[in-house]
Every structure is written in structure tokens, then in C-alpha cells.
Design a protein around this ligand. Structure first.
Ligand SMILES: [Zn+2]
Length: 84
């Protein structure tokens, strides 16, 4: 198995039922390819983030603007008010 095959079938490896023989092909590749171990770890982390995001959508919907940006907006608004 190549890295390209590994990454293109990663979703199937994690979520689809597959035969023991196929699973072993993935695991064999992982055992000798640290790059794909890293890739798998970051893939799982991304999925976990997405899951967390989905379950907290209501809270996350509140966008926090940096104070700097708020100051700029307030300044612009007050400038506009002065010129009117
Ligand atoms: Zn690889």
C-alpha cells in the first residue's frame, strides 16, 4: 500500500466495515510509515473538532471580535456620526 492509497481510503478505514485482510494492509502501512501515523492523528483530531463544533453550535455562534477590531469599528462609526 502506498501513502496515496492510505490517505484516499482513510475514511473507509475509520468508518466503513472492512475485512481483516484489508485492515491488516492499513496497519502494516502504519507500522512502517510515520507520516501516515501523523496524518491519521491529525485526521482524527479534525473529526473530533468537527464533532465538538456540531454539539456546541449554539454557543460557538457567538463570534468574539478582537478588542482592536471593535475599537476601529467604534472609531469609524463615531467619525461618520461627526461628519453627518
Ligand atoms: Zn504512508
Amino acid at each position: 500500500m502506498t501513502c496515496l492509497q492510505f490517505t484516499s481510503y482513510l475514511h473507509e478505514y475509520l468508518f466503513e466495515p472492512m475485512s481483516e485482510a484489508e485492515k491488516r494492509r492499513f496497519e502494516r502501512h502504519l507500522s512502517k510509515c510515520p507520516a501516515c501515523v501523523d496524518y491519521l492523528a491529525s485526521y482524527r483530531a479534525t473529526l473530533a473538532l468537527e464533532e465538538g463544533y456540531k454539539s456546541n453550535t449554539a454557543e460557538k455562534a457567538v463570534i468574539e471580535a478582537p478588542q482592536e477590531l471593535i475599537d476601529i469599528v467604534i472609531k469609524r462609526l463615531s467619525l461618520r456620526k461627526d461628519s453627518e
